[in-house]
Design a protein around this ligand. Structure first.
Ligand code: MTE
Length: 322
């Protein structure tokens, strides 16, 4: 039986097999070699980002938006990665100091198959997918980024979580030698984040290994980061070295620092302001707009992913559980 028969998709909707195989080969290479050199990328970038095409199915799933992409040069130069300093340009220095290969992740807690696993093995057997997501930072700016990654849920299943696994806790590397920001207590290192198990298993939740068809730049959280598009950007933890299945809601870095301002859920919500600023609008850094004067647009409930995720929060008071 051919692949086409197996999938029962009309021929007109299938990508030419050669194109598909070539693309798959490229994606697999990227996943297997997350630390490929990025030499020359910045100069090679065109001034305006490409247009995205999307099928109705992808639009329904939330996997791809056709909104104008943020340019690669902005995605990779305007960053939050406090391990390298608190300025937006500081994380670019990660290119020089953060060693991303070899990389391994410790997975443990409430699961049948805990252990330390090499990054290549963690994503083995899973085909990287391109997801074009909005990223809304709690600070009030947003981007549209074409990520490359694998659904987190598919990775987690490999470790056979038990029924006690109610939450998943993530930890970033905290090495003061490679990450000069860790020498200062801007955060109680290591950076920690967490998701409820249903959020972690949701098909939109991505474990990203690349963006713009290339391996993740260090400043964006190479070689492996979380992307949770309906939550404020700080939930999307970078350079992950530990994943734990836990029974109790885990402590997270920003909640630990300022619990009245940063909750565990941190779902994007224009109706719940940050205590020090409004969350009703955002500066969309996209196309060729300059970062400081980017257009202000209304912020959408769950960052525009309400159709896909709102049911997970039915009955939850989103003002209390911010
Ligand atoms: N992960 C770690 N380890 N350290 C950080 O400082 N910053 C978070 C998140 N993940 C951060 C992190 C914040 S506040 C945002 S908005 C996003 O990363 C920014 O991701 P980007 O720089 O790739 O746009």
């Amino acid at each position: 039986m051919s692949l086409r028969d197996a999938l029962r998709i009309p021929a007109s909707r299938i990508t030419d097999e050669r194109v598909y195989l070539e693309r798959r080969r490229l994606l697999q290479t990227l996943a297997a070699a997350p630390a490929l050199a990025l030499a020359g990328c910045a100069e090679a970038e065109p001034p305006a980002p490409p247009k995205v095409t999307v099928t109705p199915e992808q639009a329904r799933s939330g996997f791809r938006t056709t909104e104008t992409l943020t340019r690669f040069e902005d995605v990779s130069s305007y960053n939050n990665f406090y391990e390298f300093g608190t300025g937006k340009a500081d994380p670019s220095n990660a290119r020089k100091t953060l060693k991303t290969s070899p990389w391994s992740v410790v997975v443990g807690g409430e699961c049948a198959k805990p252990g330390r696993i090499a990054l290549e093995d963690l994503v083995k057997g899973l085909t990287p997918e391109e997801r074009v997501y909005r990223l809304r930072c709690v600070e009030g700016w947003s981007m549209v980024i074409p990520w490359l990654g694998v659904p987190l849920g598919q990775v987690l299943k490999k470790f056979e979580p038990t029924s006690k696994a109610k939450y998943v806790a993530f930890t970033t590397l905290a090495d003061p030698v490679q990450m000069p920001g860790v020498r200062y207590r801007s955060i109680n290192w290591p950076y920690r984040e967490g998701l409820r198990i249903d959020e972690a298993m949701h098909p939109l939740t991505l474990l990203a290994t690349g963006l713009y068809g290339k391996p993740l730049p260090q400043q964006n959280g190479a070689p492996l980061r979380l992307v949770v598009p309906w939550k404020y950007g700080f939930k999307s933890i970078k350079s992950i070295v530990e994943i734990m299945f836990v029974e109790k809601m885990p402590e997270t870095a920003w909640h630990d620092l300022q619990p009245s301002e940063y909750g565990f859920f941190s779902n994007v919500n224009p109706n719940v302001d940050h205590p020090r600023w409004s969350q009703k609008t955002e500066r969309r850094i996209a196309g060729t707009q300059s970062k400081l004067f980017a257009e202000r647009i209304p912020t959408r409930m769950f960052n525009g992913y309400a159709d896909q995720v709102a049911s997970m929060y039915a009955g939850l008071d989103l003002k209390k559980w911010y």
